[in-house]
Ligand binder design. Structure first.
Ligand code: IMP
Ligand code: MG
Length: 182
């Protein structure tokens, strides 16, 4: 079933499951090959659904923590002004950090978090995103574990919102342009 306001499905529930399993396996292989003290960091709020699925596909001991950042108001264009609304509760020094995002668009959010967390002297830092919009990149960021590349369309569902709504859709859809107000 496709909800009101959604013009098409970009990533179905079945595809989401496959992608999450593939990412979980890649991450398990990567960290399983070395001694690691893995801390998986979800960026709120968008990553909460993906994060919950992903950690269950990582077959290694790990801890989780969350950080809240905001760059978008209720519109759809990144302001570029990324603020830390809630910081981590865990020390990251000498730990292996895996930052988890819902989507990388301009790259500004990721690059700010990476810079900030690298200053706290982790042993390693890798990044994982479920969705990637390569066409929209303004700041270059290396994505270590990438789910699905999508075109420049506004995606909602599976944690992603428009004006805080649609996060609970079990699939990723494209929102009707007529509903978007910048
Ligand atoms: P960036 O800083 O431009 O890379 O944007 C990252 C943040 O913008 C993400 O964590 C999302 O919250 C939001 N965002 C970017 N593109 C979309 C989209 O298509 N749908 C919903 N949120 C988006
Ligand atoms: Mg958002």
């Amino acid at each position: 079933m496709v909800e009101n306001g959604i013009v098409k499905v970009l990533v179905s529930e079945e595809e989401i499951q496959k992608v999450v399993k593939r990412l979980g396996a890649e991450i398990t292989t990567f960290y399983g090959k070395r001694e690691s003290d893995l801390l998986v960091i979800g960026l709120l709020r968008g990553s909460f659904v993906f994060m919950a699925d992903l950690v269950r596909e990582i077959k290694l001991p790990l801890m989780v923590d969350f950080m809240a950042l905001s760059s978008y108001g209720d519109g759809t264009v990144s302001s570029g002004d990324v603020k830390v609304a809630m910081d981590l509760d865990t020390s990251v020094e000498k730990r292996d950090l895996l930052i988890v995002e819902d989507i990388v668009d301009t790259g500004k959010t990721f690059s700010k978090v990476i810079r900030m967390l690298k200053n706290r002297k982790p042993r390693s830092l890798k990044v994982c995103t479920f969705l990637n919009k390569p066409e929209c990149r303004v700041v270059d960021v290396k994505i270590d574990f990438c789910g699905v590349d999508i075109p420049n369309e506004f995606a909602v569902g599976y944690g992603l919102d428009y004006a805080q709504e649609y996060r609970n859709l079990p699939y990723i859809g494209v929102l009707d342009q007529a509903l978007l107000q910048e």
